[in-house]
Design a protein around this ligand. Structure first.
Ligand code: SAH
Length: 179
């Protein structure tokens, strides 16, 4: 779907370059390559229940909706939350739930999820998110401070997880609380 719809008009010329761009509130829309990379790692099946942490511009959420997922998405930055809410209505993208809150907590009331995608750089893997995966579920999360290592965690059983890493990416930080 057209990426330029998710950027301010001053960045329209850049929409199809493989770059991150500002979306307000010091946040960025991810590189298209990164969105594709994370989306592929999720192995989304139609009607999968997917939790996204970091709604941002709404672009990754829209990609997941186009893939047939039922999307739950959380944003901690109120200015962005409101702006993207207007955009979702305008473009008629309908996440199942769009929540203003702290992604570190996940969404316990809607868990478990088939997969969880974190679109900000996490200092570590939050336990709460691991606990909200179905057995067989997948968590895709960039882990690290300065730069992040793309990490896939598959829940093999109630207590067992398999972790695979996929090289370096750069994300804005996964911050706690909301503002
Ligand atoms: N998926 C977005 C990427 C935006 S950048 C897109 O397609 O545009 C990452 C986003 O994560 C930012 O909007 C940032 O505010 C948000 N974020 C950071 N920490 C968060 C947290 N604890 N809970 C929810 N969102 C968070």
């Amino acid at each position: 779907m057209p990426r330029h719809l998710f950027l301010d008009s001053s960045f329209l010329d850049h929409a199809y370059q493989n770059k991150a761009f500002p979306i307000g509130a010091n946040q960025t829309i991810s590189h298209p390559y990164t969105v594709a990379f994370q989306s592929e790692l999720l192995q989304v099946q139609p009607n999968d229940r997917v939790l996204e942490i970091g709604t941002g511009s709404g672009y990754q959420c829209a990609v997941l909706l186009e893939m047939g997922a039922t999307v739950y998405t959380i944003e901690r930055q109120n200015e962005l939350f409101k702006k993207t809410n207007i955009l979702f209505r305008k473009l008629q993208y309908r996440p199942k739930r769009y929540v203003f809150g702290d992604g570190y907590k996940g969404l316990p009331d809607d868990a478990p999820f088939d997969s969880i995608i974190v679109t900000c750089g996490a200092p570590e893997i939050p336990q709460a998110l691991l606990g909200q995966l179905k057995i067989g579920g997948r968590l895709v999360i960039p882990v690290g401070d300065e730069a992040q290592i793309m990490t896939l965690v598959v829940r093999d059983s109630a207590t067992e997880f398999t972790k695979t890493t996929y090289g370096e990416f750069r994300f804005v930080p996964f911050l706690s609380g909301k503002e």
